[in-house]
Design a protein around this ligand. Structure first.
Ligand code: HEM
Length: 344
């Protein structure tokens, strides 16, 4: 899996982020049907799937270097985006091991992990890092093991402790999120942190999802897709920075809607960790402009129908009302009315 990185692209101010044609084809388009409703859409996280984004345990793409730089910038401006409660130290090391071993196995040309007992050496060529350290001794790394390794992966991560038949979000690295706050949620239980989501509680979605996750097995990770829409290719749409990105919504016009509005998809993965019994939750974000979506006939048809018929409570929760109709109007003439086959 050879990747050509684009280290200079930006996710704020100048917004030079763009997808190559190859990158567009690996986008994990999230809709298996012409309509959308919350469900427990969890499946095994195995290699394979509709696009190349599902080929690795932790997906790396052409935006890797630029995204790591952007996330480092967010952390420098707001160090509280990474917090782990002290009882999660074993889970921190579990995470470091899982991510290092997976990246080294999936992308040997970019990452190497060598071990001599507990003396490990990690090489990350794209970011120019070579680090020797003792596994289990945090003082041998430049920062905590969870922060160290999640700075070198695309996407956000949270750590869930399992106790009292529940999950508690007791740690996270959350720099590229769709309008939720780790600082606000840390320490909350599964139903508490999902509190603001409309409709899904009444439908029993969170009861069933929690039951499933409490039984998640080591070595059998699972995944699901989530989605929203973002104005401009901006990764950091946190509540903390709402004054920076909130006003962007007012900048959408019928003339610029296709280039400005992006479908934001999260490939979410969940792993039972071996020593701590905690769960690692990965939130890998993919941004594609409506103009790029429109290049693929089955995607533009389906996005048009999903947005046109979307439940208004879900549309409001996702923050779409200011521009949803403009996207629907742009896509409507591009929907030829053909039936879309089941699947993606
Ligand atoms: C939304 C975290 C697992 C379904 C959210 C939100 C957070 C979150 C922080 C945003 C809530 C807000 O508005 O403040 C997590 C974490 C998980 C997890 C840390 C790891 C255990 C799941 C699972 C499901 C799920 C397994 C399966 C049904 C949803 C749904 C939404 C949501 C449907 C609404 C998303 C939207 O409309 O954009 N989750 N979640 N979550 N979560 Fe989870």
């Amino acid at each position: 899996m050879t990747v050509q990185f684009k280290p200079a692209e930006t996710f704020r101010d100048t917004f030079t982020y763009k997808k190559s044609p190859e990158d567009l084809l690996r986008f994990p388009f999230p809709f298996p049907e012409d309509s959308y409703m919350y469900s427990v859409n969890i499946e095994p996280h195995v290699r394979g799937g509709p696009t190349a984004a599902f080929q690795a345990v932790f997906d790396i793409d052409e935006h890797y270097i630029a995204e790591c730089k952007e996330r480092a910038r967010v952390l420098a401006e707001d160090p509280k985006r990474c917090q782990v409660l002290p009882h999660m130290m074993t889970a921190e090391w579990d995470t470091l091991e899982l991510i290092m071993e997976s990246l080294a196995a999936d992308y040997p040309e970019h990452f190497t992990l060598s071990k001599d007992g507990d003396a490990w050496t990690w090489v990350n060529r794209p970011l120019g890092i070579q680090q020797s350290f003792i596994f289990g001794k945090a003082e041998t790394l430049p920062c905590g093991p969870f922060e160290y390794i999640t700075r070198q992966a695309q996407g956000d991560f949270t750590l869930q402790d399992q106790r009292e038949d529940n999950l508690f979000v007791d740690g996270g690295m959350v720099t590229t999120q769709a309008d939720w706050s780790l600082e606000f949620d840390i320490g909350m239980s599964f139903h508490e942190w999902h509190g603001p989501v409309p409709l899904a509680h009444e439908k029993g979605v969170f009861d069933r999802a929690l039951k499933y996750l409490l039984r998640l097995q080591y070595g059998q990770p699972v995944r699901r897709l989530n989605w929203t829409m973002t104005v401009n290719p901006r990764l950091d749409t946190s509540p903390e920075n709402y004054p920076v990105w909130g006003p962007d919504k007012a900048s959408v016009t019928p003339q610029n809607v296709a280039d400005k509005v992006h479908l934001r998809v999260e490939l979410q993965t969940l792993y039972r960790l071996p020593r701590s019994n905690a769960i690692l939750f990965g939130i890998r974000c993919y941004l594609t402009s409506v103009a790029d979506i429109a290049k693929v006939p089955k995607w533009r048809r389906r996005l048009h129908r999903v947005l046109r018929d979307l439940n208004p409570d879900i549309a409001a929760y996702k923050g779409l009302p200011r521009f949803r109709e403009m996207v629907v109007d742009y896509l409507a003439p591009l929907d030829d009315g053909a039936p879309t086959s089941a699947g993606i």
